[in-house]
Design a protein around this ligand. Structure first.
Ligand SMILES: Cc1cc2nc3c(=O)[nH]c(=O)nc-3n(C[C@H](O)[C@H](O)[C@H](O)COP(=O)(O)OP(=O)(O)OC[C@H]3O[C@@H](n4cnc5c(N)ncnc54)[C@H](O)[C@@H]3O)c2cc1C
Length: 381
């Protein structure tokens, strides 16, 4: 039992244990290290998750899904994040960022065509809204989509798009009315092999098995039926998915914290300095206490937020708090973990990798600064 399951239903405990058991078999530590060394996508583990039905979790039953709630998903993502951040990212880019946008926004025929294939792991997805000149300001994009007969023609550039190099389809934002600001954006489901789509993988600090990409779109023709939601409704549709994305990023951060604590704890075995175990130095044991304080606080906020979302509450503030707390705690816990391990943590290996992975959390998926803007605005400031 890596972490406690108080407040989980029996089914959620089973889910957590089964998911961890599967990952331990298909993605053991030796395989994780090999994939990390090669910056290789965890394809076999992803397929195993599909085989055992995990990709079906969030989808509606009529498309072959299990219609799981927010807390169920948070339980799974915490487990994936705990086991390996790369497989967690592979799951989220395809199932949550791609798949959930199709379920929420696509025409019925598209849902029937795509969702069963996503659930089966036959079709993988990515999402592309960030551009070289617009990250947090996602409405400031320059990519244009112009109607031409039964198609739209897309031109522009995207950047930092996770797993696009392994995606079959990518959901892109593009301006359909360049003068209308937020209200001039639409969402498009684009075949990654379309003529005019050029994808280049970037060299990121962490999460090396789910790398980001830059993408050039040069006169890419997209059938009009592949628009997700109505024309100029893209911003509203994107916002709709944010609560789920943020609470799951929080759960992932918490899972990673638990693994960092475990790795640091294992390091203590037999490690001595000045003739005594380093665990007997209060300066070391207090670091463990601090790591657990940060982790438990972030976890309580994450599952509380998931419960609120499951109850249908407006949890925008709580979601932003959870995302901030979990990602910042992840980074602080990684820093403490590395300090405890000294040079052994700084060298290539598990702690070094988790330290690098943790740095992303406060930047992507809405930066900590943007989360604070959301919270302050809701406070009337
Ligand atoms: C590893 C990784 C994977 C990613 N994957 C994807 C992906 O799959 N798809 C995708 O579309 N994007 C992806 N992104 C991009 C991510 O969404 C952006 O990094 C994020 O939106 C922030 O944008 P930016 O990095 O351009 O920073 P900027 O928006 O340029 O911000 C720079 C700094 O200014 C601060 N700032 C900006 N605006 C404000 C404000 N209003 N108030 C206060 N501070 C502000 C930011 O917080 C930050 O500190 C990924 C990023 C990373 C690091």
């Amino acid at each position: 039992m890596p972490y406690k399951t108080f407040g989980f239903t029996d089914e959620q405990v089973l889910m957590r244990d089964n998911a961890l058991g599967l990952l331990q078999r298909v993605l053991p530590p030796s395989e994780v290290e090999a994939l990390e060394r090669d910056s290789a996508y965890p394809l076999d583990a992803y397929k195993a998750l599909a085989r055992d039905g995990w990709l079906a979790l969030p989808f509606d039953e009529e498309y072959g899904g299990a219609k799981a709630g927010y807390k169920d998903l948070a339980v799974l993502i915490e487990a994936l994040g705990y086991h390996h951040n790369g497989i967690r990212s592979a799951y989220m880019t395809s199932v949550i960022y791609g798949g959930m946008h199709i379920q929420a926004n696509a025409a019925e025929e598209i849902k029937r065509e795509f969702l069963p294939k996503i659930i089966a792991g036959e079709l993988r997805m990515a999402i592309g809204y960030t551009e070289p000149q617009s990250g947090s300001d996602a409405a400031g994009i320059k990519t244009r989509a112009v109607r031409d007969g039964d198609d739209y023609v897309l031109n522009g550039q995207k950047v930092y798009i996770t797993n696009a190099h392994h995606a079959d389809y990518i959901v892109f934002t593009a301006k359909t009315d360049p003068d209308a600001g937020l209200r001039g954006i639409s969402l498009f489901l684009v075949d990654a092999k379309s003529q005019g789509v050029d994808i280049h993988t970037l060299d990121a600090l962490g999460c090396r098995t789910s790398l980001p990409n830059e993408i050039f779109l040069d006169n890419v023709r997209v059938p009009a039926r592949n628009m997700l939601g109505g024309e100029n409704e893209g911003w509203k549709r994107l916002m709709h998915g944010l609560n789920l994305e943020r609470v799951l990023l929080s759960a992932s951060g918490v899972g990673q914290c638990f693994k960092i604590i475990e790795v640091a704890r294992n390091f203590l075995d037999g490690r001595e300095a000045f003739g005594q175990p380093i665990s007997e130095f209060q300066a070391v044991s207090h670091k463990f206490a601090d790591m657990l304080i940060l982790t438990e606080a972030a976890r309580q906020m994450t599952f509380h937020t998931a419960d609120m979302l499951d109850a249908g509450a407006d949890a925008v503030v709580e979601t932003a708090i959870a995302k901030t707390l979990a990602s910042e705690s992840n980074w602080k816990v990684a820093d403490l973990g590395m300090q405890i391990m000294g040079a052994a943590g700084y060298m290539q290996g598990e702690m070094q990798r988790m330290f690098a992975d943790a740095r992303q959390g406060t930047i992507g998926g809405g930066s900590s600064e943007v989360m604070r803007n959301v919270i302050a605005k809701r406070m009337g400031l």
